[in-house]
Structures are given as structure tokens and as C-alpha cells.
Design a protein around this ligand. Structure first.
Ligand code: OSB
Ligand code: MG
Length: 369
């Protein structure tokens, strides 16, 4: 496929309720869609960068800037046999900016799958018609309110509950949740909020029977995570630390994690995400697909990736209604009674944009050709 057009559309989509992590709070999601077109083929991707540089250095604005100046020019007018060939071209065009690169790279995977009349899940090597879903809950000042939310999500059938934590909002919250739900599959995610001074507190979380503790320390701190893993029986899960297949190899060599959260946006797209999946599989490390409060477009990509064979743990691939009053795709994603989300079987990502709604919430567009 020769890429003739890169269309970037910025949308503003309000979350049903604000989502707070140890890094900051999100009320409205700025959704950046990336359409690729060429030779009668189309592909659609979503950039998962945040509104503010709280999860990583990237933001929607840095993504638009690098896409316009460096990434789109590197792929426009070029012919690609396979979506996998974009990764090296984008790597030469700019250092870093994995979320911006992933928006183009993932759109190319959708385009390739559509042009073959195949689902993206099948093109990626996925199997299985559905994937187990968990739900990630933001930090709340009011524990009673959090317990209410958990009640609702457990009743809906979610397969595990993930709690965002930070120093001061951790063990007391876990005490409250565990006394109400002694057995529910439970995890915590610190988004790098702790330091090695907090080792004893973290090791003490073994008493809650968590599935894993996600990213307690800084993204660069592989050795500290390995040391924590030595002291805890609960597995350490890495998210922010795993920026590339190479970094994943290092983490595995150091014994820094027992579980890995794979987000295609964080690592530059489906190609590197799949490489990380395979490295972990060879090492006997289970993985799951994380989320970045995506609209239905990014969600469709994540659900396809989550169908790979070593994605054995429930992912943050929750139903559309957990985030939005109205999603931008049809059909929206729903949670089945058994706590799974169906992997779309149609060509490419297998969902279509609700174009009227998208137009009504579009705040900017950039047409590059
Ligand atoms: O660390 O997994 C994370 C949302 C924004 C930024 C980082 C994270 C998250 C989530 C939400 O946990 C997962 C979801 O999309 O449901
Ligand atoms: Mg995380």
C-alpha cells in the first residue's frame, strides 16, 4: 500500500466520571484519531497520549507536532508491503514519541487487515472469540464511594478489579476493599508513585492476596523492581518501565517482573507490542493488555491484541459504557455476562466510526498529503 493521506482529527470526549491516578486527573479525553489512506485502502488508529505529560513525556500536542513535522512526511508517498515495515521507517524519522508513532503504525495494521479482508486479531496471530476484561478504578478521596463502584463492577461480571493507589491512599483502602470482598481478583497500580524507602509498606501488601502490584517505582528503576520482587510473594507487574522489546529483554534478564502490562501505544505500535508478548511468552511471564482511557478505536486495537495466546490475564479492556455516555464507534464494546469482551470478527479493527457523532465533537483537523 502506498500512503497518500494522513488525516489527524482531534475530538473532545467527556468521561462519565473523572479518572485520577497518582499522576493527575482526567475529566475530558482529547482523542486523536489517525486515518491513513492510499490506493483505495483505509486504516484507523488512535494516539493514546494524555492531555498532560503525567503518564509519560508525551501529550496530544507533542504527538500532533511530531506527526505533522516528522512522522507523516516519512511515510507519505511511500509504499509498504506490510504494516510491520513502518516501525523502522518511523524510528529513523524521530527518536522517542512512541505514542505518536503507534497512531500511524496501528492505522497501517488496520489498513493491511482490511485490505486482506481479515480481522486485525487474526492478522496479529490472535485466537479466541473473546477476551477476559478487568476494570481499572481511579483514586477517590471517599472510600465508601469507591466500594460502591466496586459493587457495581463486580455485579457486572468484571474478572478483576484494579485500584489506583498512591502514598496515603493504599493500605487503608485495601483493608476496606478486602473486608468487603475477601476473594475478588484484585490488583493495585501505583503509576511510579513510590520509592525504595517504601519497600516495607509494599512488601506488606502481600497480605492482601493481590494478583500483582503494578509499577510501584519509577520507569527507569528496573533494579529496584527486581529487589522488590525478591522480597514479595506477590508478582511485580511493569507498565511504564517496558518502553520497547529491548527494555523488556533487560527487565526479564534482571528478574524485574513476574507480569507485564502491554500497551501498544506505549511501545510504538502492534509490531513492538507483539515482540514483547513473544519475549514474555518464551520467558514464561504472563501478560495482559493495558488501557489508556481509549475511545472505541483504540479499544478495538487493544481487544485485537488481547487475543494473542500469552495474554492470559484480564486486561484493562472494559466496555465502552464504563468510560463514555456514547462511544465514537458502532457497535460499542459491551461486557458479556461471563466477564469477557467479544473480539470483532469483521475486517480490520471490525468497528466503524459513528461519523455524525465524531463530527459533532471534532475540535481540530490536520490533513496531510
Ligand atoms: O497505568 O494503566 C495505567 C489510564 C491512564 C494512564 C495510565 C493507566 C490508565 C489506566 C486505565 O489504568 C486503564 C483503562 O483504560 O481502563
Ligand atoms: Mg499502569
Amino acid at each position: 500500500m502506498r500512503i497518500d493521506r494522513v488525516l489527524l482529527r482531534t475530538l473532545r470526549l467527556r468521561l462519565r466520571e473523572p479518572f485520577r491516578t497518582s499522576g493527575g486527573e482526567t475529566h475530558d479525553r482529547t482523542v486523536l484519531l489517525c486515518h491513513l489512506e492510499g490506493e483505495g485502502v483505509e486504516g484507523l488508529g488512535e494516539c493514546v497520549a494524555g492531555e498532560a505529560p503525567h503518564y509519560s513525556a508525551e501529550t496530544v500536542e507533542t504527538a500532533v507536532w511530531v506527526l505533522e513535522r516528522y512522522l507523516a512526511p516519512a511515510v507519505l508517498g511511500r509504499d509498504f508491503g506490510r504494516a510491520e515495515e513502518l516501525g523502522p521507517v518511523l524510528a529513523r524519522a524521530a527518536r522517542g514519541h512512541p505514542m505518536a508513532k503507534a497512531a500511524i503504525e496501528m492505522a497501517a495494521w488496520d489498513a493491511e487487515a482490511r485490505s486482506r479482508g481479515e480481522s486485525l486479531a487474526s492478522l496479529l496471530g490472535g485466537a479466541g472469540a473473546s477476551v477476559p476484561a478487568g476494570v481499572s478504578l481511579g483514586i477517590r478521596a471517599d472510600t465508601a464511594e469507591l466500594l460502591d463502584r466496586i459493587d457495581g463492577h463486580v455485579a457486572e461480571g468484571y474478572r478483576r478489579i484494579k485500584l489506583k493507589i498512591e502514598p496515603g491512599r493504599d493500605v487503608a483502602v485495601l483493608d476496606a476493599v478486602r473486608s468487603r470482598y475477601p476473594d475478588v481478583p484484585l490488583t493495585v497500580d501505583a503509576n511510579t508513585a513510590y520509592t525504595t524507602d517504601d519497600m516495607d509498606l509494599l512488601v506488606g501488601m502481600d497480605r492482601y492476596g493481590l494478583e500483582y502490584v503494578e509499577q510501584p517505582f519509577g520507569a527507569d528503576e528496573l533494579v529496584a523492581h527486581a529487589a522488590l520482587g525478591e522480597r514479595m510473594t506477590t508478582p511485580v507487574c511493569l507498565d511504564e518501565s517496558i518502553g520497547s522489546p529491548g527494555r523488556c529483554r533487560d527487565a526479564l534478564a534482571l528478574g524485574a517482573c513476574g507480569v507485564v502490562n502491554i500497551k501498544p501505544g506505549r511501545v510504538g505500535g502492534h509490531g513492538p507490542a507483539r515482540a514483547i508478548h513473544d519475549l514474555c511468552q518464551e520467558a514464561g511471564i504472563p501478560v495482559w493488555c493495558g488501557g489508556m482511557l481509549e475511545s472505541g478505536v483504540g479499544r478495538a486495537h487493544n481487544v485485537a491484541l488481547a487475543s494473542l495466546p500469552n495474554m492470559t490475564l484480564p486486561g484493562d479492556v472494559s466496555a465502552s459504557r464504563r468510560y463514555w455516555e456514547r462511544d465514537i464507534v458502532v457497535p460499542p464494546f459491551e461486557l458479556a455476562a461471563d466477564g469477557t469482551v467479544t473480539v470483532p470478527g469483521g475486517p480490520g479493527i471490525g468497528v466503524e466510526l459513528d461519523e455524525d457523532f465524531v463530527r459533532s465533537i471534532e475540535v481540530d483537523r490536520l490533513d496531510l498529503h
